[in-house]
Design a protein. Sequence first.
Length: 75
Amino acid sequence: MLTSVVAFIQYFKRVRARTMSFVEAIPAERMDWAPRAGEYTCGDLVRHLASVEAMDVEAALGSGWHYPGHERLLG
């Protein structure tokens, strides 16, 4: 159970590290792969994760929540 800010930060760092290990394991040639037509590609999911993380930083800084999206033009 997360009972403090410190415990949450430690938990978040562990989850983020596992997630980044998964992202780094995706071969570059598979970034455009999707399980079916119209589904998110691996690249879409990676961009989504990055957008959500950026949105969380904005919220923590008091800038409000703005989801920039996961469009290909973002990265």
